[in-house]
Design a protein around this ligand. Structure first.
Ligand SMILES: Nc1ncnc2c1ncn2[C@@H]1O[C@H](COP(=O)(O)OP(=O)(O)O)[C@@H](O)[C@H]1O
Ligand SMILES: [Mg+2]
Length: 331
C-alpha cells in the first residue's frame, strides 16, 4: 500500500504542528520519519491513520482518497491500519494471548479461528507457548512483541510504529527492529517508523524523511542521508550518534576537527588521505571517526583538521571531493 500525502496541514491554535507536508511513502518497505521532539511526528501519524482530521490537504492510500471518507467507511479503513507505541498500550487485565485476540474479538471473528491465529502470531513474534502469560510478567521487549502480534492480528496494510523502541535498551531495540524488518518482508507490509533516534533509521529503514517544525526538510534513501546529509537538522542527528557508547558509532577522541569527511562504499578501502598528502603540502590531524553499516554499505566518517597554506588546503579539499568524498567545513 503506497501512501501519498498532498499539502497536509494541521494547526493547534497558532501552532502549525503539520505545516504543508507532501510526501510519498512507497509500498512494501520500511519508511522512517525522524524528527526532534515536537517536530510534528505523532500529529502526522494521527492524520495518516485517520484518527484525526487534517485542516487542509489530501491523503491517498494507493489511488484511494481516505481523508474525506464518511463515518462507516472511515471505521472500516481504520481497521486496515496497525499501530504500535512506545508504551505498548496493552491491557494489563488480559493475558498475552487475550491481548492479541482483542482486535479480532471486536470484529466478532469466529472463536476457533481466533485461537488458531493467536497461536500463529505468538510463533511469528518468537513467543510460542506464552499465550497464558500475564502482561506484568513480560519484559519490555516481550511486551512490544505482543503489541506487534496484536497489531498484525487484523492483517493490516500499513503498520505505524510511533517511537516503538524508545523505551527499550539497545540490544532489545535491535531484536525488535530485526523482527519488524522480517515481518515487513514476510507480509509485504508498508511499515512507517516514527523515531527521534538515528540508529533506528540506520538499522531498520530503507527510506527516510526528516521532519522539523512541521515540515519535511529532507527525504531520500537512508544511505544517501548518512553519506551526504543536506540539512543542519540531519547533520545534528548524525553527530548525536557519536554520543552513544557503541563500537560501530562515531567516536571523537579530542577537541577540534574543523572538517567532517564522509566516505561511502568503495572509497573506504582507498588510501585517499595519503595520496592527498603526497600531492599537496597539507597535514591531516584526525580527531575522531567511525564506520557505519547502512544497508550493507560501509559509510566512514572522519573528523579532522587540515593544516597548511590556505590555498593549498582548499585545493586538497577540492581533490577530496573529486574522489567522491563529502567534505563539510565547520564554520
Ligand atoms: N492535541 C494537541 N493540542 C495542542 N497542541 C498539540 C496537540 N498535539 C500536538 N501538539 C503540539 O504540536 C507540536 C507537535 O507535536 P507532536 O506531533 O506530538 O510532535 P512529536 O511527535 O514529533 O514530538 C508540539 O508543539 C505539540 O505541543
Ligand atoms: Mg511523538
Amino acid at each position: 500500500m503506497q501512501i501519498k500525502l498532498q499539502n497536509l496541514k494541521r494547526s493547534y491554535g497558532d501552532l502549525h504542528a503539520v505545516d504543508d507536508i507532501s510526501l510519498t511513502i512507497p509500498s512494501n518497505t520500511v519508511f522512517g520519519i525522524i524528527g526532534r521532539s515536537g517536530a510534528g511526528k505523532s500529529t502526522l501519524v494521527r492524520l495518516i491513520s485517520t484518527l484525526e482530521k487534517c485542516d487542509e490537504g489530501e491523503i491517498y492510500f494507493d489511488d484511494k482518497r481516505i481523508d474525506n471518507l464518511k463515518k462507516d467507511a472511515l471505521i472500516a479503513q481504520r481497521r486496515r491500519i496497525g499501530m504500535i507505541f512506545q508504551n505498548f498500550n496493552l491491557f494489563a487485565s488480559r493475558t498475552a494471548g487475550e491481548n492479541i485476540a482483542y482486535p479480532m474479538e471486536i470484529q466478532k471473528m469466529d472463536k476457533q479461528y481466533i485461537a488458531k491465529r493467536v497461536k500463529e502470531l505468538l510463533a511469528l513474534v518468537d513467543l510460542e507457548g506464552r499465550g497464558d502469560a500475564p502482561i506484568s510478567t513480560l519484559s519490555g521487549g516481550q511486551k512490544q512483541r505482543i503489541a506487534i502480534a496484536r497489531a498484525l492480528s487484523i492483517e493490516p496494510d500499513i503498520l505505524f510504529c510511533d517511537e516503538a523502541t524508545s523505551a527499550l535498551d539497545p540490544q532489545t531495540t535491535r531484536s525488535i527492529l530485526n523482527l519488524i524488518r522480517d515481518i515487513q518482508k514476510k507480509m509485504s507490509l508498508t511499515v512507517v517508523m516514527i523515531t527521534h533516534q538515528m540508529e533506528v533509521v540506520r538499522d531498520a529503514c530503507e527510506d527516510v524523511a526528516v521532519l522539523d517544525d512541521g515540515k519535511v526538510v529532507e527525504v531520500g534513501k537512508v544511505v544517501d542521508l548518512f553519506s551526504n546529509p543536506q540539512t543542519a537538522v540531519t547533520k545534528d542527528f548524525l553527530s548525536n550518534l557519536a554520543d552513544e557508547s557503541r563500537t560501530d558509532d562515531i567516536v571523537r577522541w579530542s577537541e577540534g576537527g574543523l572538517y567532517t569527511l564522509r566516505f561511502k562504499g568503495i572509497h573506504t578501502d582507498e588510501p585517499v588521505l595519503s595520496k592527498i598528502t603526497k600531492e599537496f603540502d597539507v597535514e591531516f590531524n584526525i580527531r575522531g571517526g567511525g564506520v557505519q553499516n547502512v544497508d550493507d554499505l560501509h559509510i566512514g566518517t572522519l573528523l579532522c583538521d587540515i593544516s597548511g597554506d590556505k590555498k593549498v588546503v582548499s585545493q586538497a579539499v577540492k581533490k577530496l571531493r573529486e574522489y567522491g568524498i563529502v567534505v563539510e567545513e565547520d564554520k
